[in-house]
Design a protein around this ligand. Structure first.
Ligand code: AMP
Length: 603
């Protein structure tokens, strides 16, 4: 196996070498046009390293996690090699979960938007066979599926892989953890020998090495090697925030943090423009820079940032290379970077000339592993920051209002206006405080001066309809008033839906791992990863947080699901009754209900 370690650039090196462009990688015009449409500026390290060997026909093993851009790394070369006249599937991507399968299929759709007549079909457990059968009958060039469902179709004779030319194992370690090893090996064995195989995995356990040795043909191994360090005068924090709430989170940070100038990093050119526009419409002075902006315009914008005419720059990695502006007190990683080196380079835009700097990273729940790899590679733990609350924002607005008055009192024009106001007071006999308030009305939007408190989450419809039935069926809810301590309900950070605790009959004794629980429940119950809350594995059983209003059919399907051969008998958790009222110590099941207060979503 030849090994290819993608070298990184040391922390503060502003001679940051220009990497290859997508065109340099030999990508054809149709795919280049699609990439331009989605707005990627340059290949991520895993793309730069993987696309050329895949295009040359080699098998590849890529050590890469979600968030590194690995989907495009395998999708682009496959799309370039497909013949749309061939109606049987030419490419199969195996993914551990239905959620990932859909995501990968969507990514193929995006990257093939300029290839007419190309069909991509996701197939996964939980979806009716009808849709999948008609998709297969119509002819799919690329099939993206979970291993179990792919095997089902193979056994039924509804999926013909005799013409397969590309096979991708995505998140291979996850697939094995979820018990798909046999299925994966069977697919590797029962498909044409001359197919090209790409295997992506976040880790390289022995079982994956074995698969790669046995089924791949002298693969090129690609690892992104970290060689990073961060500057100690930069304070690094992170905020947990779902993708949908990032803009709200950013505005709160902008209101409350005391910053001089800020650079906000996003992934695409479009995102720079869109975010800068949204910030301007919220009253912040913000401009975008990206690789498409002409050099003189870029210089003008940076000049404004230097002089203080502009405070917020929204940038891509490429556009911010080598940027050296002392005023930048804050760097916000609005979109988490693909690799640690980009992170180090991004945050190196603050803390210049011996000053101190602040770096803030937005992390969505499924990006936590990227945070971990940043911490590992920089050997620097990031501190979690709680988002400013509505009260924090309002307190800042009041204090800034006061500061404005104090500052304006020293203006040369005060004498002029004082005379006019004295005249008004005498003429209208109006108290001075009313006159001052009237003047403030002219300068501020009183209707929106205070941020509104967050609305309570919508009540569950089911509860309103049939409370009694719910009580019987639904898992113990934290706000029950029948003796248990009052607790705030738990909410999914990603989807905002209410979660409840369910008990399953497999535990440490059965050697289950969280991945196996998520895999089995997601596949059999048709759930997404974002539907899961905390999982706690106990000696004989486990507690899993899932949406509180799972439909009956899903509950039924999950009661019959097996993990490691054991029927899981999923049921709402009633908690240990003897201890519910016990005030002497913490509830034994507390571990299963973590961070409930913090999980409450903000509006
Ligand atoms: P993945 O690791 O494939 O799940 O990709 C993570 C995210 O990065 C997705 O939102 C992609 O759209 C985005 N992405 C992939 N490649 C690039 C690139 N070269 N430049 C910017 N964003 C990218």
């Amino acid at each position: 196996m030849s090994t290819n370690e993608v070298d990184s650039v040391p922390a503060d090196d502003d001679r940051h070498e220009e990497g290859p462009t997508f065109a340099d990688l030999g990508i054809d015009d149709r795919v280049l046009a699609a990439i331009a449409d989605v707005g990627y500026e340059s290949p991520s390290p895993i793309q730069a390293a993987t696309i050329p060997p895949l295009l040359s026909g080699a098998d590849v093993v890529g050590l890469a996690q979600t968030g590194t851009g690995k989907t495009a790394a395998f999708a682009i070369p496959i799309l370039m090699g497909l013949d749309t006249a061939q109606k049987k599937p030419s490419a199969l991507v195996l993914a551990p979960t239905r959620e990932l399968a859909i995501q990968v299929a969507e990514a193929f759709g995006k990257y093939s938007s300029h290839i007419p007549g190309l069909h991509v079909l996701p197939i996964y457990g939980g979806q009716s066979y009808g849709v999948q059968l008609s998709g297969l009958r119509r002819g799919a060039h690329v099939v993206v599926g979970t291993p179990g469902r792919v095997i089902d179709h193979l056994e039924k004779g509804t999926l013909d892989l005799t013409q397969l030319r590309y096979l991708v194992l995505d998140e291979a370690d996850e697939m094995l953890k979820m018990g798909f090893q046999e299925d994966v090996e069977r697919i590797l064995r029962d498909t044409p020998n001359d197919k090209q195989v790409a295997l992506f995995s976040a880790t390289m356990p022995g079982a994956i090495r074995k698969i790669s040795k046995q089924y791949l043909n002298d693969p090129v191994e690609i690892t992104v090697k970290s060689k990073t360090q961060t500057n100690t005068n930069i304070t690094q924090r992170y905020v947990q925030v779902s993708h949908q709430r990032k803009l709200d989170a950013l505005t709160r940070v902008l209101e409350v943090e005391d910053f001089e100038a800020m650079i906000i990093f996003v992934r695409t050119k479009q995102a720079t423009e869109e975010l800068a526009e949204k910030l301007r419409s919220r009253g912040f002075s913000a401009a975008a820079i990206n690789g498409d902006i002409a050099q003189n315009q870029r210089e003008r914008t940076i000049g404004q940032l230097k002089s203080g005419a502009l405070d917020i720059l929204v940038a891509t990695d490429v556009a911010a290379r080598g940027l050296d502006v002392e005023r930048i007190s804050h760097v916000v990683n609005y979109d988490i970077p693909h690799d640690t080196e980009s992170y180090v380079h991004r945050i190196g835009r603050t803390g210049r000339a011996g000053r101190s700097g602040q770096a803030l990273l937005f992390v969505a729940p499924r990006e936590r592993h990227l945070l971990k790899s940043i911490e590992r590679a920089t050997r620097h733990p990031l501190t979690e920051m709680q988002l400013p609350s509505v009260d924090d924002v309002n307190a800042t607005r009041v204090s800034k209002f006061g500061d404005m008055i104090t500052e304006n009192l020293s203006s040369d024009n005060v004498a002029l206006f004082r005379k006019l106001i004295e005249d008004y007071e005498a003429e209208h006999n109006t108290p001075l405080v009313d006159i001052a308030a009237a003047l403030a009305v002219g300068g501020f939007d009183g209707d929106n001066f205070f941020m509104e408190p967050e609305p309570e989450p919508a009540p569950r419809r089911e509860r309103d309809r049939d409370r009694d039935r719910d009580r019987e069926r639904a898992p113990r809810r934290y706000d029950d008033e029948d003796g248990g301590p009052r607790r705030a309900p738990s909410f999914s950070r990603e989807s905002g839906q209410e979660l409840a605790t369910y008990r399953i009959s497999v535990g440490k004794r059965h050697r289950v791992v969280p991945g196996a629980i998520v895999g089995a429940i997601a596949n059999e119950g048709g759930l997404r990863r974002s539907d899961f809350g905390h999982i706690s594995i106990r000696p004989d059983y486990s507690l899993v947080e899932l949406p509180a209003d799972l439909p009956n059919e899903t509950l039924e399907a999950l009661r019959r699901t097996r993990i490691s051969g054991v029927l899981i008998q999923l049921q709402p958790d009633q908690g240990p009754p003897a201890q519910r009222l016990n005030s002497r110590g913490p509830r034994r099941d507390r571990e299963a209900r973590p961070r409930t207060e913090r999980r409450k979503p903000r509006s």
